[in-house]
Design a protein around this ligand. Structure first.
Ligand code: GRF
Length: 195
């Protein structure tokens, strides 16, 4: 099998990254995780990836004169790993148009809401404040508009009486870890594509 090469961008704990790494261990999974790049050297996910024997890189935007130069080096790093696809997994920076266009159709993200509801941050808190009865997560293509690209997969969870942002987030996270590997499988096997 010709497994697609995947790079993951993270900023933090990397639980979605870990779900992708775990899925890719199955011999019949159509993708392999070849590199993990973080914009924060302290991201716990970096050590997890390194312990799995995966190439890692840490690049701080503050060390670069401009966002464009930072993102050019991100692209160079991803290309040095020869990746076919890029998965954003809790990467907490808004990406510039040039970077996004360079990876158009080849870069996906997991977002903790049922898009187009609750783009941006604090999704669980906002769903609770609205009295939502269902909530969930979406894997979608990345386009220049924040959280606006075409969805690939979504999963719903109920909002329960007494939920806090933490309890709701934990329920959604279980679904994130389930659908992200499934969405990457669809992408890697050519069953979904942008445009
Ligand atoms: C997840 O909730 C994801 O949906 C959002 O950021 C969080 C990252 O968590 N984009 P983790 O680093 O994957 O654990």
């Amino acid at each position: 099998m010709n497994r697609k090469r995947v790079g993951i961008l993270i900023s933090g704990r990397g639980s979605n990254m870990s779900a992708l790494i775990a899925a890719a261990k199955a011999p019949d999974y159509p993708a392999e995780i070849v590199g993990v790049l973080s914009n924060r050297a302290a991201a716990p996910g970096l050590a997890i990836a390194a312990a799995e024997g995966i190439a890692t890189a840490s690049l701080a935007q503050s060390k670069f004169p401009s966002r464009d130069m930072f993102e050019d080096v991100m692209t160079q790093t991803l290309e040095s790993w020869d990746v076919d696809f890029v998965c954003l997994a809790g990467f907490m920076r808004i990406l510039g148009e040039d970077f996004v266009n360079h990876w158009a159709g080849r870069m996906i993200n997991i977002h903790p809401s049922l898009l187009p509801l609750y783009k941006g941050l604090d999704t669980h808190q906002r769903a609770l404040a609205d009295g939502a009865t269902v909530h969930g997560c979406t894997v979608h293509f990345v386009t220049p508009g924040l959280d606006e690209g075409a969805p690939i997969l979504q999963a719903q969870v109920p909002v329960l009486a007494g939920d806090t942002p933490d309890t709701l987030s934990a329920r959604v996270l279980v679904e994130e870890h389930r659908i992200y590997p499934e969405a990457l499988r669809l992408l890697a096997t050519g069953k979904v594509g942008a445009l």
